[in-house]
Ligand binder design. Structure first.
Ligand code: XIL
Length: 314
């Protein structure tokens, strides 16, 4: 039977999964990872703490393992992520930086990492989670020290280091229209007008049953297409309060169906990635206590109603 990737490909889309290094010893897990998907995102292995644990000392072990596995499986890679406020190494967060010194650190990190993976990755999430929910800039180390110009700088440096990688801004709670999504729309429009190399917007799509389905997602994706940008659902999962009931799993399936239909309805929505594919390795229970069951395969690696819904929607 055709895989999710096969079904997505018929629409000119990809279907991806995040993965993480510790899980790669689980052969039942890697079997499905290697067959059902055609796009892979390292869940942690390319983040700053992993790639530059000491200043100027780079470690590609985790990222390379995933890129090599993807290559063996004829999969592409959405690389994630260069500039973020979270999962930074201590040497970076424990020091007071002048703007010039921090800009040099950021440039070196981006240039070195993007060059290392040049030609090996489809895209980069260059800046992750730059805005607050109210549409103001997040007061990250980057924003506080460098001002909003760090975003254009990061995109330019990444483009210089790999002119073929598609460059994204990525965030959560921007699937529906609202102040945060509007902030991205305004920023993206300005960046495009200034000729800054921005190719797409990544909509993380970490949804939760208790908050309701973001019904404006298709229209919202469309308006970004109107700016000449690609869009992608980059970290999809649909969590719920545990224990999950059959009714909740049916509703979850319907949400996966709807978000897939939304992407397929928008010409420049290039693909969907789930933030890992099995509840066995989901990040949700660790970060949202009492919640989980967010992914299309259960903890035993059995497909859930959501998996069937994805197949039907694709
Ligand atoms: C998560 C990972 O899945 C976890 O293993 C880690 O402990 C924390 O980060 N948004 C993002 C991702 O952009 O990088 C996050 O990944 C999930 C939320």
């Amino acid at each position: 039977q055709p895989t999710l990737a096969d079904l997505a490909r018929r629409h000119g889309r990809y279907f991806g999964s995040a993965t993480d290094n510790p899980e790669l010893t689980d052969s039942a897990y890697t079997k499905i990872l290697g067959s059902e998907f055609d796009m892979i995102t390292p869940g942690n292995g390319m983040k700053w703490y992993a790639t530059e644990p000491r200043q100027g000392v780079f470690d590609w072990t985790a990222g390379d393992q995933i890129v090599n596995l993807a290559r063996e499986n004829h999969q592409q890679v959405r690389a994630h992520t260069l500039v973020w406020h979270s999962q930074l190494p201590d040497w970076l967060t424990s020091k007071q930086w002048t703007a010039d010194a921090l800009r040099a650190v950021l440039r070196q990190h981006i240039t070195t990492e993007v060059r290392h993976y040049r030609g090996e990755v489809y895209s980069w999430d260059v800046v992750n989670e730059a805005f607050n929910d109210d549409g103001t800039y997040r007061e990250s180390l980057w924003y506080k020290t460098l001002g909003p110009g760090y975003i254009a700088d990061a995109l330019r440096w990444a483009h210089e280091a790999d002119p073929h990688a598609r460059l994204y801004l990525n965030d959560y709670n921007i699937e529906a229209t609202g102040p945060k999504s509007d902030a991205y729309y305004a920023l993206a429009k300005n960046l495009r007008a200034e000729g800054v190399p921005l190719d797409g917007i990544g909509f993380q799509t970490h949804l939760a049953l208790q908050y309701g389905y973001p019904t404006t997602i298709e229209g919202n994706l469309s308006r970004f297409s109107g700016l000449g940008l690609d869009t992608a659902l980059t970290e999809a999962d649909v969590r719920m309060r545990l224990p999950a009931t059959d009714a909740m799993l049916a509703e979850q399936a319907d949400w996966y169906r709807q978000l897939t239909q939304a992407c397929l309805a928008v010409r420049r929505c290039v693909g969907i990635t789930v933030w890992d594919y099995t509840d066995k390795y989901s990040w949700i229970p660790g970060v949202f206590p009492g919640e989980g069951a967010a992914l299309p395969w259960d903890e035993q690696l059995n497909p859930k109603p959501a998996y069937q819904a994805l197949r039907e929607a694709l």
